[in-house]
Design a protein around this ligand. Structure first.
Ligand SMILES: Cc1ncc(COP(=O)(O)O)c(C=O)c1O
Length: 379
């Protein structure tokens, strides 16, 4: 730990543990301790740590071909793209692979500008979209946007959950409305289903591209493959969905899923990245989606979420539980940072949020009732 602090920039607030190995919902430290990981390695370990099917696929691919760019065809890339499109809502028919969430959002905004010939982007207070120039300029949360100064021009801020605030900004210079359908970092804030429906209608009426940033909510986290198309969002399907985090179970990968209409505007060399769609990441994507399917993790999320919510109701200090599936914000009467610290002392990893009273849970999708019991006992 000392060496890392000595040789790395001090830009992360670290927990005082050194993760050496992982398995399922567990992290094993260099001191031989076990931690129950309810933060899922920062929402990345959707299939759990080191899922055997994913590990095997990565090992096999590493022995065959680590990487070749998009300038050649690849069966690993073809399989990943087909699998990803097959689980997406029907209207999302094509994918573009990149390497991270922020990059997926940059490309989504760029596609919206190409498709509409307009420049402005509406996003929401409380949303987080990444740290590259355009994405951080779209992030109206705390200090983040200022970290990206001078910001990319043409970003407008609306109020999450308030469609009138969007309508007031949505003139014919607006290319896209982009949102985290559940605002995770802001303290796991969700809007009413009608909000998503109204945004869809507004976008259709004014020929604006609707982008869901599903970097956190995608790939099964809410108990459905995506928030797009789910009942919680009144079945609304956006024009673009962005993904990253758990898509590769820890191998860096991001993606944009788009409709035919968006795809028809994208020509050769309009978008590109060296590493996007590399074979190792593609093997990880296919295996991740297969593991979620084979282990029936979506059903598991829905069942265990219900149990978790029931057990959390027993805890007097809890005011409310926000979110959906395994993206939950537990609102305490007191400071959540203290709860986070105390749970860590009891060897349970959770997350905080920008709301000081909300503790975030983003566990692997394989979390079981017995682990919930451990959390409740410790709380
Ligand atoms: C909703 C959302 N969008 C985008 C990002 C940026 O992703 P990345 O860190 O992979 O660039 C994050 C990261 O936390 C996120 O939570």
């Amino acid at each position: 730990m000392t060496n890392e602090d000595q040789f790395q920039l001090a830009t992360y607030k670290k927990m005082p543990i050194a993760a050496e190995r992982g398995g399922g919902v567990w992290i094993y430290t260099s001191n031989g301790e076990n931690y129950l990981d309810l933060y899922g390695g920062h929402a990345v370990a959707g299939t759990g740590h080191c899922h055997p099917h994913v590990v095997e696929a990565i090992q096999k691919q590493a022995g065959e071909l680590l990487f070749y760019s998009n300038l050649v065809y690849s069966s690993a890339r073809a399989r990943a793209a087909e699998k990803l499109v097959s689980i997406a809502p029907d209207a999302l028919t094509k994918t573009f692979f990149c390497n991270s969430g922020t990059e997926a959002n940059e490309n989504a905004m760029r596609m919206a500008r190409m498709a509409t010939g307009r420049e402005k982007i509406i996003t929401f207070s409380g949303g987080f979209h990444g740290r590259t120039a355009d994405a951080i300029s779209a992030t109206f949360l705390g200090k983040y946007r200022d970290l990206g100064r001078p910001n990319v021009p043409g970003h407008l801020e609306a109020e999450f959950g308030n469609v009138e605030s969007v309508r007031a900004l949505a003139d014919d210079s607006v290319a896209a409305i982009m949102l985290e359908p559940i605002q995770s970092m802001a303290g796991v804030r969700m809007a009413a289903p009608e909000f998503y429906r109204s945004l869809r209608e507004l976008c259709d009426e004014r020929r604006i591209v609707l982008i869901y940033d599903e970097v956190q909510t995608g790939v099964g986290r809410t108990g459905q493959w995506f928030f797009a198309g789910s009942d919680a969002g009144d079945g609304v399907v956006p024009d673009v969905v962005t993904l990253a985090k758990s898509l590769g179970s820890g191998v860096p990968v991001g993606a944009c899923l788009v409709t035919d209409a968006i795809a028809s505007h994208i020509k050769e060399n309009d978008l590109g990245t060296t590493f996007g769609g590399g074979m190792l990441a593609m093997a990880a994507v296919t295996a991740t989606l297969e593991a979620i399917e084979n282990d029936r993790m979506l059903e598991n999320v829905r069942r265990v979420e219900e149990y978790l919510r029931r057990r959390l109701r027993e805890v007097e200090q809890i005011v409310a539980v926000h979110g959906l599936g395994f993206l939950l914000g537990i609102e305490f009467k007191e400071n959540a940072a203290l709860v986070h610290k105390r749970l860590l002392e009891r060897k349970i990893i959770t997350g905080t949020s920008s709301n000081p009273t909300v503790l975030r849970l983003l566990p692997p999708l394989c979390l079981e009732e017995v682990h919930v019991d451990m959390l409740i006992a410790s709380i």
